[in-house]
Design a protein. Sequence first.
Length: 267
Amino acid sequence: MDKKSITIGLVGGSGRMGQWFKRFFTAAGYSVEIAGRRTALTPVELARKSRVLIVTVPIAVTCATIKELGPYLAKDALIMDLTSLKKEPVEAMLRYSEAEVIGAHPLFGPRERSLKGKNIVLCPARGKRWLPWLKDLFQSYGGHLEIMSPDEHDRAMGIVQGLVHAAHMAMGMTVAGSKFPLSTLGSVATPNFKKKLQQVRRLFSQDPTLYAQMLFYNSYALPTLESYMDNLHRLVSAVREKESATIEKVFAEVGLYIKSGNYETIL
Ligand SMILES: NC(=O)c1ccc[n+]([C@@H]2O[C@H](COP(=O)([O-])OP(=O)(O)OC[C@H]3O[C@@H](n4cnc5c(N)ncnc54)[C@H](OP(=O)(O)O)[C@@H]3O)[C@@H](O)[C@H]2O)c1
């Protein structure tokens, strides 16, 4: 495949992930062009000329963008998105284009320097030509690929992202609400608390819109958070009633779950 003859178009290419993937594909030797709301090249023109069109716009406007651009893609082209959710974007790509379709979710942010050791979920949904190309490319840079269905992806992200982000938000809210000066907490911090605080600080230094959209648009986020709240209620009640049996039961239940997986190979 002659790399330079393949134009990779990034709609939303001025954004954080768009810029990351522009650098990535350019370094890999491809010809990359971007389009957005203010570029001379319009997104429609980009869609017409791209062999691979990647949609990397905010979650809230992803499906509308796919709907607008999908019809301009050639049948033997590839349309792909980088959205943190997969169900609706993949459905939209199938519905509004005739091109090959792969939903992708890079499980890292734009601060990462390389693909080495990073996970990317791929949801191939139509066609066979482009998947081997994409897999070879990502794997040659050390990326770890996980192929799954859009629904399975979204269900997993309800936990991997929804639960973790909401728990960090609640922790940040609780620490801030305690009115303790951070310096006081810092001077009595355990290594564990420092690690947690770093994660909370990292989350609150980012774009709230992206986090809100990940929670609002993933249909699995709300049930996951409701289950988390039920568990918190269970813990609060155990603490209120001083029921050590409940805490022991919880340790046993979760301990069994952890033992059932090959934990050492996951981390
Ligand atoms: N950030 C992450 O850590 C991360 C990680 C994995 C996946 N993702 C996914 O990657 C996609 C892009 O995220 P991002 O963080 O790169 O977003 P971003 O920095 O906000 O960039 C998105 C780009 O989309 C364009 N755009 C088009 N319509 C827009 C609208 N109505 N409002 C705002 N921007 C609009 C903008 O470019 P113009 O101004 O040139 O139009 C903007 O630069 C999302 O689907 C997200 O779920 C993000």
